[in-house]
Design a binder for this molecule. Sequence first.
Ligand SMILES: NC(=O)c1ccc[n+]([C@@H]2O[C@H](COP(=O)([O-])OP(=O)(O)OC[C@H]3O[C@@H](n4cnc5c(N)ncnc54)[C@H](OP(=O)(O)O)[C@@H]3O)[C@@H](O)[C@H]2O)c1
Length: 267
Amino acid sequence: MSAQDIRRCAVVTGASSGLGEEFARQLAPACRTLVLIARRGERLEKLARILRAEHAGLEVGVLSADLTDPSAREAVIAKIAAAKLQPDLLVNNAGMGDYGEFSEAEWPKLESMLKLNIEALTHLAHALVPLMKAGGGGSIINVSSLASLLPIPDFAVYAATKAYVTSFSEALRIEVAPHGISVTALCPGPVHTEFGEVAMKEGSGNKFPGREFFYVEAEQVVREALLGASANRARVFPGWQVAAAAVVISALPIVLIRLAMGTRPRR
Ligand SMILES: NC(=O)c1ccc[n+]([C@@H]2O[C@H](COP(=O)([O-])OP(=O)(O)OC[C@H]3O[C@@H](n4cnc5c(N)ncnc54)[C@H](OP(=O)(O)O)[C@@H]3O)[C@@H](O)[C@H]2O)c1
């Protein structure tokens, strides 16, 4: 497995469900230490118990933290430093969406999304890059989205946060390459996780939009992400259908993208 390059410590945010949990499972055989972060500590503890039982010698640290809160992020960073961990891999995965018309969105949810998808991801990279530099290298996987390539009505703020993640990852990768650090933007299309449930308004009764044909299993998304990071790829679009969509979207002029987005079914 590509994760074999990771010898010491991997930090995974949003490890209590979905892609983050899958990252933890696939990294466990190749790591000495895993640090799992999310708000739901009991879920992380349960996963940690399973991984410790399955992989002799694996240390799993659980940090329950709300990453939208800067002081909670500082506490996480301080705990990693106090434990004298030398992270080889940061999987900046924790993220959320908010589906629906911008003018009807609840500000606290939009604010949380901006803080989590942009601020927390940037803050953790900023804290861990110096440790990786000091350790002679490492890898960062920033979980972005296919949505980072498109302005998406009803998903306007989410898509914009992911455009930030992809752009930031591309620039950071150039800055840190001389220090032996790779940065990969993981850009999945739709994946069945708890993401849709969180993104929908409570009680709206709406089904999260997306054609089943485009869905890729979490196992495949993470496998391709780890392979891509090992190969030092700038962007990974997991699943052939998502990779093909990325090629088409990237080739389209913005006028055509505007037309296509304007005729997209809305809710
Ligand atoms: N699923 C998709 O279709 C899809 C497509 C493209 C990109 N993505 C991206 O993939 C990443 C993972 O999402 P997912 O699909 O696996 O969704 P998910 O199942 O909802 O997982 C989200 C993870 O983020 C954590 N999280 C949420 N708010 C947090 C907070 N304030 N502080 C700390 N952790 C927080 C959640 O844990 P707690 O609730 O326990 O805190 C959970 O572990 C996200 O960045 C998402 O944007 C998903």
